[in-house]
Design a protein around this ligand. Sequence first.
Ligand SMILES: NC(=O)c1ccc[n+]([C@@H]2O[C@H](COP(=O)([O-])OP(=O)(O)OC[C@H]3O[C@@H](n4cnc5c(N)ncnc54)[C@H](OP(=O)(O)O)[C@@H]3O)[C@@H](O)[C@H]2O)c1
Length: 399
Amino acid sequence: MALQAAALVPSTFSVPKEGKSGASFKDSSLFGVSLSDHIKADFTSSASRCKREFNHRIGAVRAQTTATATPAITRSTVDGKKTLRKGSVIITGASSGLGLATAKALAETGKWHVIMACRDFLKAERAAKSAGMSKENYTIMHLDLASLDSVRQFVDSYKRSGRPLDVLVCNAAVYQPTAKEPTFTAEGFELSVGTNHLGHFLLSRLLLDDLKQSDYPSKRLIIVGSITGNTNTLAGNVPPKANLGDLRGLAGGLNGLNSSAMIDGGDFDGAKAYKDSKVCNMLTMQEFHRRFHEETGITFASLYPGCIATTGLFREHIPLFRLLFPPFQKYITKGFVSEEEAGKRLAQVVSDPSLTKSGVYWSWNKDSASFENQLSQEASDQDKARKIWELSEKLVGLA
Ligand SMILES: NC(=O)c1ccc[n+]([C@@H]2O[C@H](COP(=O)([O-])OP(=O)(O)OC[C@H]3O[C@@H](n4cnc5c(N)ncnc54)[C@H](OP(=O)(O)O)[C@@H]3O)[C@@H](O)[C@H]2O)c1
């Protein structure tokens, strides 16, 4: 009942960083093309790439993976001028909620090809259809973040597709507020941290080179955060609070056997595990920024999209909570954000030319204006970020 309690309290303590006009903004929610040179490539090369891509998909790729798209590159046929190609963006967990709304918002601009990286192929296909997304604007690929093998297979399939990667959005998450006992990923990590943090950590690391190679004007890696992991907010202060402690559980592998299933080594608490995983997401974004921004030019960002009280994130909550939460957010706290609005916000972080600053945690005020928000002490602890990076590398087999 922890996040539920957090959900009932407005988070009025978020303070934007200095230097922004929104110095008095309060987060009233509750939770928390270079002009592409390679377009010069002749049509033959573009066509053969499509053919290669098609062959890969028909053959090697797992059954759940499919291609629904035409090539991502557009060319000017008028006067030979370079034109902007479509951006390629991978969004994890695009089968519902924020991920789906973002996929829709980007796809309908006609400027983006969205790779919906989802664990349930059919659900994703139905979701894309019911959102009215047109087939040439998206591709669904199978990805189960609770299995590192699946992450590696996804990355292999993506690389073999020959499609460029311009933006990666780590959005998928599980939240188990009522779980009495921990459940585990394929490799035996507690499910929330294993999926939300470790799965995304491996995915981002393996796709970093592809992002580096992108010739898109602004390449970005976005990891969705949450207010609930930030104890500098009222919502983030409702027990159980996020707290990674000295990381002894993470160091032990989060397996509940020879180590605790919790990062801090404490007793299992599903709501806290989710909040802890969100702290890891926000720290990982900053560590990426410190290690790679200058060298690669990639923009690393995180965000709190607002309280999207209607999404599947709350599916494991008690029915009464699910019934009361959306109207409570809408009419009492006024912290409610629709899936559509939240999708536009994340789409902004993906594509808005004014949001290229790296290392930033974005939030929106009640007029839906973006501002750089401040992270809690723990969620901006550089030493912890480095340690989590190093421990995570070991756990996912990168070190
Ligand atoms: N809702 C909010 O108020 C809120 C507030 C702050 C931050 N957020 C963040 O927003 C993001 C999206 O959440 P949401 O509210 O949109 O929830 P959601 O509707 O439940 O979406 C979560 C997505 O993650 C996918 N997913 C779960 N486990 C996965 C796995 N093992 N492999 C691949 N995909 C998996 C789900 O797939 P299935 O469809 O197959 O289940 C679903 O598509 C999360 O990072 C969450 O922390 C949400």
